[in-house]
Design a binder for this molecule. Sequence first.
Ligand SMILES: [Cu+2]
Length: 137
Amino acid sequence: MIAPAGSSRIISPMRTLPIIIVLIVVIAGVVWYQSRPAQAPTVSVSPGAVPAASEPKTVSIISFSFVPATITVKKGDKVTFMNNDTAPHTATAAGKFDTGVLQKGQSYLLDTAALAAGTYSYLCTLHPSMRGTLIVQ
Ligand SMILES: [Cu+2]
């Protein structure tokens, strides 16, 4: 069956050529776009923003003092109580946590995941004037 001359259903090569060129350009553009080297991912780190759960936290016991006297951690942080003094000490919050007696050079790792968020006052049971504060957020 031959379509009548002038039928709009007959597409002449002169009309399809621009369409083909446009398609080639578009496809080439897509191929180029997808094959270009991926940009290095942009990592924005604001100063002081440290992953809290992995940040080591240490309370040092020096000269009959807890240093720092107040430490703030995120729940789940692990806090090391390190006795850098010559005398034995504890860090004890009655009913909450207790390092037991730490001799010179000994340390205790406190997992704050076991603690509810809050402020914990603790002391050294051997020297009750030694006091510190642990804040769990
Ligand atoms: Cu002590």
